[in-house]
Design a protein around this ligand. Structure first.
Ligand code: MN
Length: 388
């Protein structure tokens, strides 16, 4: 496993966050020198055949320039592809392949609720998804073969795009840097930086992507959440007004009353925390969380037999600690817990695997045991299974 400083090319996480994160690209040679590709091109193609896996193929010279095809695919789709200039993209591979998920441990210096997924791309020689920019940070890790990355200008939603129904390809690309990445090399890009990666050979790149809710989403979803907590009898009111000279006019005093209503509501910091924690832990594939009832006995028997609990790879967990309590967010829902459970909450949020040894002390704590049972029943945690 790589050390944090190796991962960031000799920078400490604090240096990286201060000088690069959200600001400027960083090329890191041999960020993961020992990376051992756990998924071959054939295995990636195999994933693209599966119903519940999001996959796309982009052909630079298809039935139209930059043709997008969406999975699931069938084997003959791959047999009919040209020898070069196409890319296969598979989303959220970290949720399906433990060896891919393990890489996320290296990014623990960032808030885990900001992480979105690891997308894997396989490209035939010349393959590319075109010059584009993303609205979120991304680390691009070269895992097999070589990719030439061209880095361009800063873009915004005003930047002109090629006419295309499905892909956001930049009309203009102003190249500023170019780097050839070999296995183990990694490129960090902040949001909005134009980039264009072209495969030199049989090329596999992992993209570690982040969640960045838009202001649109924040306003829309937070106010929707707030509105659900309000009563119908909480209404605009104007006691003490004076007679109108112009009955059709909306005056400043009326607008100020409205502003007061809005400001009072959105100022509730704990309501904001509750909404945000729920929103940022919403899983990409909620159907992969299988709710199932567990009894005390199931949990005790498993742990006493030495089995641990595994995090469901689909589950997203986060918490907020305030003076009075803990809010635990689990895959879009939340519960309130006593502060005495903080160590357990941190264990559950931070670890992919909870050993029987680590859990044992919590089985004597009614609230701790209840929390574990709740997470098991919701499907966020899973009982460890026999390997054979
Ligand atoms: Mn990109």
């Amino acid at each position: 496993m790589t050390t944090p400083n190796q991962l960031l090319g000799g920078l400490t996480p604090a240096d990286f966050l201060r000088d690069y994160w959200q600001q400027q690209p960083l090329l890191i040679r041999q960020a993961l020198p020992d990376i051992d590709n756990p998924l071959s091109a054939d295995e990636l193609a195999g994933l693209a055949l599966e119903e519940d896996i999001e996959s796309r193929i982009i052909l630079e010279h298809g039935t139209r320039p930059w043709e997008l095809r969406r999975g699931p695919f069938v084997e003959t789709d791959f047999q009919q592809l040209p020898a070069r200039d196409w890319t296969l993209l598979i989303q959220a591979v970290d949720q399906f392949i433990p060896e891919v998920r393990d890489l996320l441990q290296a990014f623990r210096f960032l808030p885990s609720w900001r992480l979105d997924d690891i997308m894997i791309s396989y490209a035939a020689p010349g393959g590319s998804v075109g010059p584009h920019y993303d609205n979120y940070d991304v680390f691009l890790l070269q895992v097999q073969g070589h990719r030439r990355w061209k880095i361009g200008q800063h873009c915004t939603s005003e930047s002109p795009l090629l006419p295309h129904d499905d892909l956001r390809i930049l009309r203009d690309f102003e190249q500023q840097e170019e780097h050839l990445l070999a296995p183990g090399d990694m490129l960090y890009l902040p949001p909005g930086v134009a980039h264009h990666g072209i495969a030199e050979d049989d090329c596999i790149t992992w993209s570690i992507g982040f969640r960045a809710p838009s202001y649109q989403d924040i306003l829309l979803h937070f106010t929707d959440y707030l509105a659900q907590q309000l009563r119908d009898d909480q209404r605009y009111s104007d006691p003490g007004i004076i007679p109108s000279e112009q009955p059709a006019a909306i005056d400043d005093a009326s607008l100020e009353r409205l502003q007061q209503i809005l400001l009072e509501q959105v100022q509730d910091k704990e309501a904001l925390a509750t909404w945000f924690g729920r929103f940022m832990t919403e899983p990409r594939y909620p159907e992969m969380l299988n709710a199932d009832d567990y009894a005390d006995g199931d949990l005790l028997a498993a742990i006493n037999a030495g089995y641990g609990l595994e995090r469901n790879p689909t589950a997203r967990l986060a918490y907020r600690l305030n003076a009075a309590e803990i809010k635990l967010f689990a895959s879009g829902e939340h519960c309130l817990l006593p502060v005495s459970l903080l160590r357990l909450v941190q264990l559950v949020c931070n670890e992919d695997y909870l050993s029987a040894e680590a859990l044992q002390p919590w089985l004597d704590d009614d609230e701790g045991k209840h929390l574990l049972l709740q997470l098991l029943s919701k499907g966020d945690l899973l009982l460890e299974e026999d390997d054979d």
